[in-house]
Design a protein around this ligand. Structure first.
Ligand code: MRU
Length: 349
């Protein structure tokens, strides 16, 4: 059952409300930038590449009702909306990457009239969306080379079609290996506190007919000790220039466990997730989420009223624990500080 996570349809953004999955498949038709921003904040749309696409479409929504031909006022409004959208979630760099790309298009077309600039902006947002579909397929193809027939892969969080325009990053690797005829078995961490693994990854894998076993996050150590895992593949929200990787909270624990058990740990992500302006993981901004997501997630109170909570949405996996980074250009091996730059140059040439 193919799903379209997010798309531009008849002047609106149509997207799946991921907070309703797996119980209900609900599509939202959004024509208002404030509603879209709330959707990003509350994870109705989530996953680094999908957030970038949502930001680009959101900017189009935000400026589409701008009236008049005062270009300076138009560009000021564009920057204001871009800043507003950018503030919704701070860790996934794909959001600011997409918004900056949109702002650049507006600057480059500043000699045109306002209506023409709006058209160019919509074209660019659609291009970002279309490119992501193609990039994910390429990540999948490169990553599939690392997967042997009969492999058991452990994943964390959701990294499939729901987290991207289509197909996914880490799950894209699993889908590609499966399409090549390899048998792949997945252990999906449930991913506390918002259960993206249980609700979304398991849903996507079952829809594709791929063998998946749901485990609680704290079962990962035991399945590795039992020699039931051949490799770990996760996605990323931001990769620093030295390869340190921000991804869903709990990823670092999985990486430490993988090292302890001699299991390869792969990160799969598009180039738009690499932030060369950030030298090391400690400099990546980490989003903190509301205490209620931990104390009464999904409507059931599981901690005393007023319990003190610390809930970072992401953690940093040091590059030393990463065996390779799978991108649309191929599999990049350590030393990442050198090899990420080298492959980025190849990409731009
Ligand atoms: O808080 P979320 O659900 O947006 O977090 C998502 C993740 O951490 C994913 O692993 C990451 O964005 C990669 S998605 C291809």
């Amino acid at each position: 059952m193919p799903v379209t996570t997010i798309e531009w349809l008849n002047g609106k953004v149509r997207m799946i409300d991921q907070t309703k999955l797996p119980e209900e498949l609900v599509y939202l038709d959004i024509e208002d930038v404030e509603v879209l921003a709330e959707g990003i904040k509350s994870l109705r749309v989530r996953g680094a590449p999908a957030i970038g696409i949502a930001g680009a479409f959101g900017l189009v929504l935000g400026i589409q009702n701008f009236e008049g031909n005062d270009k300076e006022a138009f560009l000021r409004e564009l920057n204001r909306i871009a800043d507003y959208l950018n503030a919704t979630r701070p860790t996934a760099v794909n959001l600011s990457w997409a918004l900056n790309r949109m702002k650049k298009v507006a600057q480059e077309n500043a000699t045109l009239g306002v209506e023409k600039i709006k058209e160019r902006l919509l074209q660019e947002a659609l291009k970002i969306w279309e490119e992501d579909r193609e990039i994910c397929r390429r990540i999948g193809k490169h990553g599939a080379k690392l997967i042997k027939n009969g492999s058991h892969v452990l994943t964390h969080c959701n990294t499939g079609a729901l987290a991207t325009a289509d197909y996914g990053t880490a799950l894209g690797v699993v889908f590609a290996a499966n399409e090549e005829g390899k048998k792949v078995n997945v252990y999906a961490d449930e991913t506390r506190p918002l259960l993206q693994g249980a609700r979304l990854n398991v849903w996507e894998l079952m829809n594709e007919g791929i063998d998946v076993t749901l485990i609680t996050d704290n079962t990962a150590a035991f399945v590795m000790q039992q020699e039931k895992v051949d490799c770990v593949i996760v996605g990323a929200d931001r990769i620093a220039a030295n390869g340190d990787t921000a991804n869903k909270i709990g990823t670092y624990s999985v990486a430490v466990l993988a090292e302890k058990h001699g299991i390869p740990f792969y990160v799969a992500a598009p180039y738009s997730t690499i932030d060369f302006n950030i030298k090391k993981g400690a400099d990546i901004p980490i989003e903190e989420r509301a205490a209620e997501e931990v104390t009464e997630g999904f409507g059931k109170r599981t901690a005393p009223q007023n319990a003190k909570v610390y809930s970072p949405a992401f953690d940093i996996t040091p590059h030393e624990l990463i065996s390779a980074i799978i991108t649309e250009e191929g599999v990049i091996e350590p030393p990442f500080e050198i090899n990420l730059k080298k492959s980025a140059r190849n990409q731009n040439s």
